[in-house]
Design a protein. Structure first.
Length: 164
């Protein structure tokens, strides 16, 4: 079986957005939305927002489909809605929309601050920039919840690990 850009992105994004949904629904995170690992890092609310935002950015760049319009709310209900809306949109995408995306040149700002511009072929965009950033922000959410004392582990992160 050939590894496609669709199968390398959409199912991965869906899986980890579902994991994030579970993390947020199983723990009382509302009081922690302003928590930071260190003072100059983004708070938990932003990290959650960036996970969902990167998922939309990845899929829209590769599929050339317009992502849903998201209301930028950084409270827990708003963030959960953004994740749910992103998951619903990802479910509408199909393999054919990603055809040729591995070679398509993707250009855009590296961050919302726009301090660097990316120009990468789709495969490099996905493998070297987009997925690492998606997982960076997902990992920050996990780290902030662990720092706050939540009893979570690898099983909560990826859904594969199980420990006694």
């Amino acid at each position: 079986m050939t590894l496609s850009m669709y199968s390398s992105s959409v199912p991965v994004l869906q899986r980890y957005l579902q994991q994030l949904t579970q993390l947020l629904s199983q723990h009382e995170v509302q009081p922690l939305l302003d928590a930071r690992l260190v003072i100059d890092m983004h708070p938990l609310a932003n990290q959650i927002y960036y996970v969902a935002s990167f998922a939309r950015r990845i899929a829209s760049a590769l599929s050339q489909q317009t992502p849903p319009n998201i209301v930028d709310q950084r409270d827990l209900a708003g963030l959960q809605q953004q994740i749910a809306t992103t998951l619903q949109w990802l479910a509408t995408l199909d393999e054919a929309q990603f055809t040729g995306s591995e070679l398509r040149i993707i250009t855009g700002p590296a961050s919302q601050a726009g301090q660097a511009t990316l120009t990468l072929a789709g495969q490099q965009f996905l493998q070297h920039y987009a997925l690492p950033n998606f997982f960076f922000h997902f990992s920050m959410v996990y780290a902030l919840l662990r720092q706050a004392g939540f009893a979570i582990g690898k099983a909560d992160f990826d859904g594969f690990h199980h420990y006694a």
